[in-house]
Design a protein around this ligand. Structure first.
Ligand code: CP
Length: 331
């Protein structure tokens, strides 16, 4: 085996198939949480992602990961994360084992998550995992010898989404320092905003939270960001924070996470961004959304140049190409 992990520490074998993998800083590592990343790590990832963007524009696909195999293991629905990891692997010359519907796998016979990842790593070099339970990726990583990439663990984290969100801000606005980021919608169950707030706290930003009280940003995340000295403010309506906002990050109310349907009904449709809403916003701000949307941004906003959410999906391809190349020792 070219790679062994012991208690989360990677020990590259002396019999690696490629010459310089041991020196690659992310070779063989799991990507489980944004708390793994320093500001200089992010600079490095975004440089690689930017190079991937240019390579895709110039030549479309290339053989950096030829012969490598990704297992895409999704216990929850996904369109963007699953297909962008597939596209990323294929554009790098590798191939994919898609398990996008676990009920057709041996999971439906009762196979545990540890056994499932131990199976897939016999065939694949890296596993991308989405799972409904917080901590599932960390559990999988404990048992797997190959790198695990967290593609969303319940209401916990979605680190690759936060990385692509931050990359979007850099590519669109040129900087993160000095910006005011306003997060809107379901901040309690939205794992993307949990990860993004933590990553933003590495920069000189102000963060506003706009949400109905029952889906407000969790207190422990606000306290964690506060300890980094980041100014934060909470609102229930967008009118006050919007004029100072550089990035409006809109999220869907996550119906599937509510145990009480009446609670969902009480907050659904709380916010809808329309062209009229954006009249009060800066001309050089951007509107982001991890998608899917279910009505919180009206389709008439899509043609506004500030609507960055479709470009954001494309940036995700380049970030995921960078991450795969990194953990497989090729960046
Ligand atoms: N943003 C995101 O995670 O989308 P999917 O659920 O479609 O993967």
């Amino acid at each position: 085996m070219p790679l062994t992990k012991t208690n989360g520490t990677i020990t590259p074998s002396p019999h690696l198939p490629f010459g310089d993998q041991q020196t690659a800083p992310w070779y063989g590592k799991d990507i489980l949480s944004v708390s793994q990343f320093s500001r200089s790590d992010l600079t490095y990832i975004f440089e690689v992602a930017h190079e991937m963007r240019e390579m895709v524009a110039r030549i479309g696909a290339f053989d950096l990961l030829k012969g490598k195999i990704l297992a895409n293991l999704f216990y929850e629905p996904s369109t963007r994360t699953s297909s962008s990891f597939t596209a990323a692997m294929e554009r790098l010359g590798g191939s994919v084992i898609p398990i996008n519907e676990v009920r057709y796998s041996s999971v439906s016979k009762g196979e545990s998550l540890p056994d499932t990842v131990r199976t897939l790593e016999c065939y694949a070099d890296v596993i991308v995992l989405r799972h409904p339970e917080v901590g599932a990726s960390a559990l999988a990583a404990k048992y797997a010898r190959k790198p695990i990439i967290n593609a969303g663990d319940g209401i916990g984290e979605h680190p690759t989404q936060a990385l692509l969100d931050l990359f979007t801000i850099f590519e669109e606005l040129g900087t993160v320092d000095g910006l005011t980021v306003t997060m809107l919608g379901d901040l309690k169950y939205g794992r993307t905003v949990h990860s993004l707030a933590r990553l933003l706290s590495l920069y000189d930003v102000k963060i506003n939270y706009v949400a109905p009280p029952i889906v407000a940003m969790p207190r422990e995340i606000i306290a964690e960001i506060d300890r980094k000295g980041i100014p934060q403010a909470e609102f229930t309506t967008l009118d006050r924070p919007l004029p100072e906002t550089d990035v409006l990050y809109v999220t869907r109310i996550q119906k599937e996470r509510f145990s009480d349907p009446d609670e969902y009904e009480s907050v659904k449709g709380s916010y809808v961004i329309t062209p009229a809403t954006l009249q009060a916003a800066k001309q050089d701000m951007i509107v982001m959304h991890p998608l899917p949307r279910v009505g919180e941004i009206s389709m008439d906003v899509d043609d506004d140049p500030r609507a960055a959410y479709f470009r954001q999906m494309e940036y995700g391809l380049f970030v995921r190409m960078a991450l795969l190349a990194m953990v497989l020792g090729k960046a």
